[in-house]
Design a binder for this molecule. Structure first.
Ligand code: HEM
Length: 190
């Protein structure tokens, strides 16, 4: 029988968790990319979709890395209220560590704040991509991406306000990948 490595200490370093999650994302992306290259009819990306797609695809790994930090630092417990953190948008204690950049890596309040903020930016960029895709004729894919993004944000908020139950927490991972997979799909003909 293989024993679990999680004996005694059940926590995993948030740095290791982020590396693990981002490497999985990189492998997943390579598999999807290779699958697209095997298709007989290759289509280049519609130029109207280029900028919103690049912005969204640049933000997504940042957000997934921050998600791993939230999970690894148990930063979901820092504040369980939404849309405000406690009674403020930017709560006290955001920059309590020195040097100031350390807060983005080690301070659960800052990490949760960044994860929320990047989520809003990602949602806006993704919806911009959806609007462009809709206009370019990729209507079904635009709807699927909009639904995946909305679902992901709703899942994140539900996880947070319900006190990060384990059964909800793990669901943020596959959903993040679905957003990624759907987005890569712009390279295929409609
Ligand atoms: C498109 C937006 C989002 C993406 C792609 C995303 C992605 C992720 C990922 C990949 C994780 C790590 C899961 C794990 O390793 O177990 C995570 C964790 C988490 N996210 Fe998000 N997230 C998004 C939006 C949000 C929002 C809006 C909130 C709340 C306001 C939120 C709250 C959380 C919490 C509390 C955790 C920690 C769960 C745990 O401790 O198990 N997320 N997110």
């Amino acid at each position: 029988m293989v024993a679990s490595g999680l004996v005694g200490r059940t926590d995993v370093s948030h740095y290791r968790l982020a590396v693990h999650l981002l490497m999985a994302l990189a492998i997943f992306s390579l598999v999807v990319w290779t699958a697209f290259d095997l298709r007989p009819a290759k289509a280049s990306m519609d130029t109207r979709l280029k900028i919103p797609s690049i912005v969204t695809l640049a933000l997504l790994p940042v957000q997934i890395g921050l998600g791993a930090f939230v999970a690894g630092l148990n930063a979901g417990f820092a504040f369980n209220t939404w849309p405000l953190m406690g009674d403020r948008f930017a709560p006290d204690g955001l920059w309590s560590l020195t040097p100031v950049w350390l807060n983005a890596l080690e301070n659960p309040i800052t990490v949760q704040f960044l994860h929320r903020s990047v989520a809003y930016a990602l949602f806006a960029a993704g919806m911009w991509a959806c609007a462009c895709a809709w206009r370019a004729g990729y209507r079904v894919r635009a709807c699927i991406l909009a639904a995946a993004l909305t679902g992901q944000v709703a899942l994140g908020v539900a996880t947070l306000v319900s006190g990060v139950p384990v059964w909800l927490g793990w669901r943020t991972r596959p959903a993040g990948c679905c957003c990624w997979r759907r987005h890569c799909g712009w390279r295929m003909p409609p």
